[in-house]
Design a binder for this molecule. Structure first.
Ligand code: ZN
Length: 387
């Protein structure tokens, strides 16, 4: 292992990860003030120039920039400072904000998602500063990834760009080049109320919604020919059905909430066109089928070519540190990569310590060894790309 990587001090990685976990930054409600101040201090201490930007009042993101005159080469490393809430703390065996160390792991809310990643970014930044950074390195510690993604979007709107970007979400140190998008749709089916003893005088909204439910389920089989090489098929799940008041009333309303996961190449317009087609067909066969829908939430998918030189460099660095080339894989959830790729046109990868299996769970932890290795990998990638 190169001398540079030996500079990365395991104790420093552990201390920083624990300090970051001990500062709650739950979202909702969304409070990244204290953690942003802490990160800004750390960045200033190691010689980065810093800025705080709020996308709305009280929602700060921190920027750290190290730059020399050679600005032609540039890299963003992006991580989010917010975490999901602790939830039911009786399900935690370890104190959620205690940052307890046990069996080579650090426990706490955000350990994997993604305070371990933030610690790795900070330690890599310090190491790079010591050995001298060529080009322009931009560290982004953004607010509000867990709910809206506005932190990252805001920094792009303000003009923060680079040739390449790494998102430090938990990937167990694998290079991930694509992630799915998501769309949540609410279908509202209307019927006509009637006394249950005379159901023919009414229109049963639950029964109409059931037909829609089964038709939507069938759509999944049409996805077989739409496989993405890394992410597989799109998916559709009817997750909620709500309707009816009493057994003696023919229900006049029933709603479904559906989650559709999109693969790169699929667009919102395309999904809505397909939905309209399904509803038109149901209406054709049944003049009493009365449905409207609305999009509750939409986040686009994105991808970077796994054949790109950036991905190759990242995989080489992972191999140099871990001894393994895991290839290029996919991130199962959505993340801020979509803004960097789709809005910023920045080839991006997701690569960080911890596991998505740990994210959002009770008793969340991160392996210390992975955080140390992530700091080494970020250092190596920055050195290779910026010099
Ligand atoms: Zn995350």
């Amino acid at each position: 292992m190169s001398d540079i990587l030996r500079r990365i001090d395991t104790n420093k990685v552990i201390d920083l990860t624990r300090e970051l976990i001990r500062i709650p930054s739950e979202n909702p409600p969304g409070n990244e003030n204290e953690i942003s101040e802490f990160i800004k201090e750390q960045l200033t201490k190691i010689g980065f120039s810093t800025k705080i930007h709020e996308f709305s009042k009280g929602r700060p993101s921190v920027i750290g920039i190290a730059s020399n005159d050679n600005k032609s080469k540039s890299l963003i490393i992006n991580g989010h400072t917010d975490t999901v809430p602790v939830g039911d703390d009786s399900l935690w065996r370890h104190e959620p904000y205690g940052a307890t160390i046990e069996d080579g792991r650090i426990y706490g809310r955000g350990a994997s998602d993604m305070k371990g990643g933030l610690a790795a970014m900070l330690v890599a930044a310090e190491t790079l500063m010591e050995v001298g950074v060529d080009g322009r390195l931009v560290l982004e510690f953004v607010a509000d990834e867990e709910v809206t993604g506005y932190g990252t979007k805001d920094l792009l709107d303000r003009g923060y760009k680079a040739e390449y970007a790494i998102i430090g979400e938990p990937t167990e140190l694998k290079v991930q080049t694509a992630h799915k998008g998501v769309m949540n749709l609410k279908f509202m089916v209307k019927g006509r109320p009637a006394h249950a003893s005379m159901p023919k005088t009414g229109v049963n909204a639950i029964c109409k919604a059931s037909r829609l439910c089964l038709t939507l389920q069938d759509v999944q089989t049409q996805f077989n020919n739409r496989r993405h090489p890394i992410l597989g098929e799109p998916t559709l799940n009817v997750g909620v059905i709500r309707g009816g008041v009493k057994s003696n009333i023919v229900p006049d309303y029933c709603e479904l909430i559906v989650e559709r996961r999109l693969i790169p190449g699929e667009t919102k317009a395309q999904v809505l066109y397909e939905v309209d087609g399904i509803l038109d067909k149901l209406r054709e066969g049944d003049p009493l089928f009365n449905v409207t829908y609305e999009v509750l939430h939409h986040a686009e998918p994105s991808e970077t070519s796994p054949e790109s030189s950036f991905v190759k460099v990242a995989r080489e660095c992972v191999k140099e540190v871990t001894g393994s080339d895991f290839g290029a894989s996919g991130f199962p959830a959505t993340c801020d990569m979509r803004f960097l790729v789709n809005q910023g046109n920045i080839p991006s990868i997701i690569l960080g310590p911890g596991s998505l299996h740990q994210a959002h769970t009770s008793d969340e932890y991160v392996e210390i060894d992975q955080v140390v290795k992530a700091a080494q990998i970020y250092t190596l990638i920055a050195l290779k790309l910026l010099t």
